[in-house]
Design a protein around this ligand. Structure first.
Ligand SMILES: Nc1ncnc2c1ncn2[C@@H]1O[C@H](COP(=O)(O)OP(=O)(O)OP(=O)(O)O)[C@@H](O)[C@H]1O
Ligand SMILES: [Mg+2]
Length: 264
């Protein structure tokens, strides 16, 4: 098995609760995302957050992005800093883009928020646009792009901002199989682009999410209790199911999918 260690804490949720009126939506959410280190490699983290429709995934997503505050508990980065809006790159389900700007203009704006790209903004856009196969779309407006092109542009826009954390709400929905493969490849490229890069994927597509993740959190309700919590954490590293191109063919992968479906 590929050697790895888990080192410093990147993100931690502690006793996070969210209510609407007297209705509990999220209850006692606790989990930790640590930096996974592989000797001699730049290796980011890919986390899937899975759960049934309406369970609270998007609500937790909003809390993690700092777009909303929990009623109690907290989400911190690097051990102490409470998460705030703007700390993370956020890719919403409907791929938000500035409709009045060309893709290139939007991407340029994103690169200007990233000190690491100073002086090399245009080269960075060129390099990633090529990798994401949207070079031909750069000088178009979003409404002239296909759904898949919009999605890739929107992911790239968040990527170029340079935040360590990227959150995706349903990144695989509505894509045909070929585009889906491209998006998966892209996410993997992003995840290994930096040691601290952490992707959190909220999705209904269990198979695709699990195939590219190292850790899975399952959001669900415990018997007799209102409000969803992280019912299970599955460490795909321990099972030897992370970082393998053909993982979907492995029996252990198929068994893990069955196990996840049974606990949703
Ligand atoms: N503003 C609100 N006021 C009251 N309840 C809300 C509000 N927003 C969301 N909820 C409730 O929170 C729960 C979780 O919703 P959420 O959108 O997080 O589900 P989800 O897991 O993302 O579902 P899906 O997979 O369908 O996207 C739902 O029961 C929803 O009705
Ligand atoms: Mg949702």
């Amino acid at each position: 098995m590929t050697p790895y260690t888990k080192e410093q804490v990147l993100l931690q949720a502690e006793n996070v609760c969210l209510n609407y009126g007297d209705k509990s939506v999220l209850r006692d959410i606790n989990f930790t995302i640590s930096n996974i280190v592989r000797p001699g490699m730049s290796q980011g983290q890919v986390i899937s957050l899975l759960g049934r429709s309406g369970i609270g995934k998007t609500q937790l997503f909003r809390l993690m992005a700092g777009l909303q505050q929990p009623n109690s508990g907290k989400i911190t980065l690097y051990g102490d800093k409470e998460v705030q809006a703007g700390d993370m790159g956020v890719v919403f389900q409907h791929y938000y883009l500035f409709e009045w700007k060309t893709i290139h203009q939007s991407l340029l704006m994103a690169t200007r928020q990233n000190p690491a790209l100073k002086g090399n903004e245009k080269e960075a856009i060129e390099k990633w646009a090529n990798a994401f196969e949207i070079t031909d779309s750069l000088h178009k407006y979003p409404h002239h792009l296909s759904g898949g092109q919009r999605q890739r542009a929107s992911i790239l826009q968040q990527l170029l901002k340079g935040s360590d954390f990227l959150l995706f709400d349903e990144p695989f929905s509505g894509l045909d199989v070929c585009v889906l493969d491209k998006v998966v490849d892209m996410l993997l490229q992003v995840s290994v682009s930096d040691e601290l890069k952490t992707l959190v994927i909220v999705s209904h597509d269990i198979e695709t999410s699990v195939a590219i993740s190292d850790t899975v959190f399952i959001l669900g309700k415990e018997e007799g209790k209102e409000g969803a919590t992280v019912k299970r954490e599955i460490d795909l590293l321990e099972r030897g199911l992370a970082w393998q191109k053909d993982v979907r063919r492995e029996q252990a992968f198929i068994d893990t999918l069955d196990e996840i479906k049974a606990s949703l």
